[in-house]
Design a protein around this ligand. Structure first.
Ligand code: GTR
Length: 421
């Protein structure tokens, strides 16, 4: 081969790899793609009734996400025991009940426990409840000194004084800004939270956390179609739900599962798997959450699988730089939540999570809600910042960064007031 030919090939290959690595932040660079129709089965049958949706289409979509995106939970594990570690009927200046309940699971002579921190408003009976994970321990969401500090592995965080992967009192109250507890309790809602690291430490090692309880003999990695960390976290939310069902203080029919970012991905998957959740809130969940993978805007499947190889099932890696081969997209994950109320929230500066892709997902999921006579996003255009849409399918984009703010909570409460009271 002549040198110039070789050079051209080389330049072409280099430019290919650069263009793959470059993040798309420009709408003009979004590739053309087909939006898989939630109401047409893989075999091409059009779905026009809720019965057919539930019998034919929903199960095949759900199975697809299980086998190819988040991974299957290998076994059904029941709560082995629960233990009330601490309680107070006069928490938060006498406004709330506080409960700290440890759930324990055992299998194959191995054990895992996680603790639910629960606040219930005293002035409301059968309050609806927001349930969501936190990133750095239950003690970070409040200044409440009684909240127990987890001994589970944690990511380090200099700003929060977290070193040696160990949580200490140095981080107490460091995340109060993300949890509008007062607003939630005053509005008559309960709040339950769990430290996600107790269910599965967020590191590329699936030999710990809940995974290892369910390995068969000689297994130390999930199979290709078995659960990664997001599915494990979603599993934990369902187990909290199992507990709420046996706790007479909680109205298990009104639990709204909530999550931010990776924990928003987990909340969506939990809501899709477990129809006992009355509602679902995705806060800035982005790639592998609410935003559409095929747009490849911001974070892509290849990038997320590269940076967080443990989050999804191994089969999902087939779609690295290969979104066109995906038979589904994330709007169909949202559709699995229908007809239950669903709120997707974006932030203007959170381009990594692709706000427009998050909006389009809610829009394309809406046909399934409409089948149930529920109000989705319909023909609406993407709203302006800070102009929320509070239908059964709700959406807002607020000013600011990737975060959970008081503004977000104010919207969730308003929306919940119309759908859960
Ligand atoms: C980012 C990741 C996002 C999102 C976020 C988070 O680094 O790329 O998908 O999950 O982390 O969870 O904070």
């Amino acid at each position: 081969m002549k040198i110039p030919v070789l050079l051209t090939i080389l330049l072409f290959l280099v430019s290919m790899s650069i263009s793959k690595a470059q993040t798309i932040y420009n709408e003009n660079e979004v590739p053309l793609f087909e939006v898989p129709n939630p109401l047409i089965t893989f075999k091409g049958k059009t779905i026009s009734t809720t019965a057919d949706w539930e019998k034919l289409r929903r199960p095949e979509l759900h199975a697809f996400f299980k086998d190819n995106v988040y991974g299957r939970v290998p076994k059904n594990l029941k709560i082995d025991s629960y233990h009330i570690l601490e309680q107070d009927d006069n928490a938060l200046n006498g406004k709330a009940l506080r409960r700290q309940v440890e759930l324990t699971f055992t299998h194959n002579n191995k054990k895992l426990s996680f603790t639910i921190l629960l606040y219930l408003p005293k002035h409301v009976k059968n309050a609806a409840l927001f349930l969501g994970y936190n990133f750095y321990g239950n003690h970070t969401i409040t200044e409440d000194e009684a909240v127990i500090i987890s001994s589970a592995w944690s990511n380090n965080n200099e700003e929060f004084g977290i070193e040696n992967n160990t949580l200490t009192a140095a981080s107490r109250g460091k995340r109060t800004n993300r949890w509008a507890i007062e607003k939630i309790i005053n509005a008559g809602y309960g709040l339950a939270t769990i430290y996600y690291g107790e269910v599965d430490p967020d590191k590329n090692d699936l030999s710990d956390g809940i995974h290892h309880l369910l390995y068969s003999e000689n297994q130390n990695q999930p199979k290709l179609e078995e659960w990664g960390s997001i599915a494990a976290w979603a599993w934990g939310l369902s187990k909290a739900m199992d507990y709420f069902e046996i706790n007479p203080e909680v109205d298990a029919s009104k639990v709204i599962v909530f999550g931010h970012s990776r924990l928003g991905k987990s909340a969506l998957w939990a809501g899709a798997n477990d129809q006992r959740f009355a509602g679902v809130i995705s806060n800035n969940s982005g790639c592998g959450g609410a935003s559409m993978s095929k747009r490849t805007f911001g974070e892509t499947i290849a990038v997320i699988n590269e940076r967080f190889p443990h989050w999804f099932c191994t089969n999902f890696k087939e779609y690295n730089n290969n979104e066109g081969a995906l038979a589904v997209d994330q709007h169909q994950l949202l559709a699995l939540i229908a007809p239950r109320p669903l709120y997707v929230a974006s932030a203007k500066e959170d381009r990594w999570a692709d706000p427009k892709g998050e909006f389009l997902s809610t829009k394309y999921a809406s046909s399934v809600y409409e089948l149930y006579g529920k109000k989705g996003i319909g023909n609406m255009e993407m709203p302006n910042t800070n102009s929320p849409i509070h239908n059964t399918v709700a959406y807002h984009i607020r000013t600011g960064k990737h975060d959970v703010t008081d503004y977000d909570w104010e919207q969730y409460i308003k929306w919940a007031n119309t759908h859960f009271k």
